[in-house]
Design a binder for this molecule. Structure first.
Ligand code: ZN
Length: 153
């Protein structure tokens, strides 16, 4: 297929799809080509814009596959061990830098958000529904699976 940019006698520009340049010429000669805007059959091809439709070509993908980011102390370790190491570091961080408010978490998170309690990082338990309510109120909370204490040792 070839796409031609066409122009009618009243300067309406439109596109026409043809099997070939000869197909375009034949259709034009027989007055089959008409402007979709005004119906004029005085149509001519705009010479500058011709492009061939070569069909769908797959987009060019960069040759390099995505390489996971590695740090030196992870080199040569198995991915599962690395994941566990990162998780336990994150957990340490979380447990040392937050105050455990236990089941008061939803109430306390709300108080901090509305500045009724001193601003600090807290952790605790919230049910699915409590969590959703906090999120609905626009209170920034994150779910974090903390295993029971005895499984940490
Ligand atoms: Zn026209």
């Amino acid at each position: 297929m070839i796409v031609f940019d066409l122009l009618c006698a009243s300067s309406h520009r439109f596109e026409g799809w043809f099997g070939s340049a000869a197909d375009f010429a034949a259709q034009r000669e027989r007055g089959l080509l008409t402007c979709p805007t005004c119906g004029s059959s005085k149509v001519h091809r705009v010479p500058s814009a011709t492009r061939a439709n070569l069909g769908a070509e797959p987009p060019k993908v960069p040759a390099k596959p995505n390489q996971p980011v590695k740090t030196p102390d992870m080199e040569g370790k198995d991915p599962f061990a690395i994941a566990q190491m990162l998780y336990s570091r994150m957990l340490d961080e979380l447990l040392t830098k937050t105050e455990d408010v236990g089941k008061d978490f939803p109430a306390e998170a709300r108080k901090i958000f509305y500045k009724e309690s001193p601003n600090r990082a807290i952790r605790g338990q919230a049910t699915e529904q409590e969590h959703d309510e906090l999120v609905d109120e626009g209170i920034p909370v994150a779910r974090f699976p903390v295993p029971p204490k005895d499984s940490l040792n």
